[in-house]
Design a protein around this ligand. Structure first.
Ligand code: PXG
Length: 288
């Protein structure tokens, strides 16, 4: 049986789930999205993801034509109709079809799309040995140009950095901000461990306010590990004891090399390991 996609308020076979070539989501990247997971039939941090979607939409002056409760119900219904328990959920809201030209007032009918599918993860060996990453030459969008807090359909900034990473044989790339400070990776937030304390760039570095990032900050705090949100330099990563990334898809993944240089002793550190395990237990509903 074909996967069903929610589009235009209906469930449609994957092959028939289509939008207009005049949709400003396609023409201009004018729209917003979310990437969410469900574990054992429960959507992880549903409220946080739905709230972030509506905030992203608000920030680009896009009115989503359904309430947050209706959106949450549509997500649950899409999972149910596809018999998914552990899934990747992609919410997309486009500006809708209109005439050619940037003006959003030329559009009608924002399109709400919900795709549920199986999740593709980093291979297990990277959790065991850690990722090697590089620093991209592409800086993160200046917050006054397009705020990185908006999960918009225009992800070219991150894609450019991702290409630099893959060209260098790396699955992720570090992005600095317009002031040269550490921002985040192309689809993950970044943390370091130094002398038993966790450090991560503050939101005002110009980063996505990651939902996994906040969950890991809360988890570390509950485990008695101090977390500091601050301005960070690349120097801080190069001289860290440990480094790890957080994201919906990756969960918590260690980084053991930056720009060809080992971080700490080049092995996955104990705090990264502990948080990965505790996070895995939390999302899968076991006690930490
Ligand atoms: N930074 C950026 C730039 C991201 O895009 C994160 C950090 C981590 O945020 P969360 O809230 O997931 O902890 C992201 C997340 C996809 C996809 O399909 C992308 C993300 C998440 C899920 C799926 O490309 N990016």
């Amino acid at each position: 049986m074909s996967l069903k996609v929610y589009i235009g308020g209906k469930f449609v076979d994957k092959e028939d789930a289509k939008i207009s070539v005049y949709d400003h989501g396609l023409l201009y990247g004018d729209g917003v999205f979310e990437g969410i997971r469900s574990y054992a039939g429960k959507v992880f941090r549903m409220k946080e993801h739905v709230d972030r979607l509506y905030e992203s939409a608000r920030a680009i002056h896009l009115v989503i034509p359904m309430t947050r409760d209706e959106m949450a119900r549509a997500i649950e219904d899409t999972l149910a109709i596809n018999n998914f328990t552990d899934a990747y959920i992609r919410l997309v809201v486009t500006r809708g079809a209109g005439s050619l030209g940037l003006d959003p007032r030329r559009t009608t009918d924002p399109q709400v799309i919900i795709i549920t599918d199986s999740i593709s993860l980093y291979p297990e060996e990277y959790y065991e040995n850690g990722l090697a990453i590089i620093t991209a030459g592409t800086i993160r969008n200046h917050p006054a140009a397009l705020s990185p807090r908006i999960k918009s359909l225009n992800y070219l900034n991150n894609i450019m950095a991702k290409i630099e990473g893959t060209n260098a044989g790396c699955l992720e790339a570090l992005m600095l901000n317009h002031s040269g400070y550490v921002a985040e990776c192309t689809g993950d937030n970044i943390f370091i461990v130094k002398k038993g304390v966790i450090h991560t760039p503050s939101i005002d570095a110009g980063i996505l306010d990651g939902i996994t990032r906040q969950a890991v900050i809360d988890l570390a705090t509950s485990l008695g590990i101090a977390v500091v949100e601050r301005t960070m330099e690349r120097h801080d990563i190069l001289t860290a004891d440990e480094c790890f990334l957080t994201g919906t898809a990756a969960e918590v993944i260690p980084v053991t090399k930056l720009d060809g240089r080992p971080i700490g002793d080049g092995e996955v550190g104990p705090i990264s390991r502990k948080l990965r395990s505790a996070y895995g237990k939390m999302v899968r509903g076991e006690t930490v």
